[in-house]
Write a protein that binds this ligand. Structure first.
Ligand code: PXL
Length: 283
């Protein structure tokens, strides 16, 4: 059975990080192997939460797994609680990344133009280092701007213009050329408007081609949707799907869950009812 190492936190509430990744990767028929970066009572968007940082424990997992002679088909790193954890991820990559491993780095740093509370400049530099080692990265538009040193507010001023996606593509291309192993940048959560509607889209950029896919936008964003998306992509690519197929699969799974969250007026911090749609991932 194929295996993916999931370097991410475990949050009791918020339907994000490991609580999103494990069920998705499992439904895609891939073994999920979690390496926790932190254990939290709830994700950090809630007004109060408890966080047990795992920085000093992460390398024990790496060393034990190395002793077990394990190999991974995929490595997926997400939320990191501190810049020190970057070194742990790099240590993990030294032990387990080969030319046959798919490494997906989700540079979790912010959303809707805002940085998450734990975010520091050191963490930004570290995330950038990780993205350079990855084969696929999945920034949302906010994270793309942070990585590429582009002004988010200025960029979204163009969201009603016909060349908006092309503008984002140019930003993505500038990052792609900086990566050592980076083959695909998958930009999530692009909100575009025309006179009548708003759309939410994902843009995949590689050296050879770009692919843009969008669905209607409900007007709200929810905790964990980026993690659910990246999890579908990681599991699908490891299973041999193309990037385009993986994006369509992720959108078909996420769209109804987001629509339901919006209809039910679910608090954004609690995430979307994705559990009801997991069967869409089973083939
Ligand atoms: O979904 C991203 C994420 C993951 N993990 C934790 C978070 C967040 C976003 O706020 O707080 C703990």
């Amino acid at each position: 059975m194929k295996k993916i190492a999931l370097i991410n936190d475990l949050s009791g509430f918020g339907k994000c990080s490991l609580t999103a990744a494990i069920p998705v990767i499992s439904c895609l028929g891939v073994q999920a192997c979690p390496l926790p970066t932190a254990v939290l009572s709830a994700q950090t968007g809630f007004p109060s939460y408890y966080c047990d940082d795992y920085t000093s424990k992460m390398n024990y997992f790496t060393d034990e797994w190395k002793k077990m002679d394990i190999t991974f088909d995929g490595i997926y790193s997400g939320y990191l609680g501190s810049a020190a954890q970057i070194h742990n991820v790099l240590y993990f990559l030294e032990q387990f990344q080969t030319k046959d491993t798919l490494y997906l780095a989700d540079p979790v740093m912010g959303d809707n133009g805002k940085r998450y509370t734990i975010f520091t400049d050191e963490l930004r530099k570290g995330m950038k280092t990780l993205t350079k080692r990855a084969n696929v990265i999945t920034p949302n538009l906010t994270e793309l701007c942070i990585l590429a040193d582009v002004d988010y507010e200025e960029l979204i001023l163009h969201s009603t213009e016909t060349d908006y996606i092309k503008r984002i593509e140019d930003v993505g291309h500038s990052l792609l050329t900086q990566g050592e192993t980076m083959q695909t940048i998958l930009i999530t959560g692009i909100v575009r408007h025309d006179e009548a509607h708003a759309y939410m889209g994902n843009l995949a950029i590689s050296e050879q081609e770009s692919f843009y896919h969008e669905t209607n936008f409900t007007g709200k964003s929810y905790s964990g949707t980026g993690d659910l998306f990246a999890s579908v992509i990681a599991g699908s690519l490891v299973q041999g799907l193309s990037t385009q197929e993986a994006i369509k699969k992720a959108a078909a799974f996420l769209h109804p869950a987001i629509e339901e969250a919006s209809k039910e007026n679910i608090d954004r911090n609690h995430g979307v009812p994705f559990e009801k749609y997991l069967s869409l991932l089973i083939s």
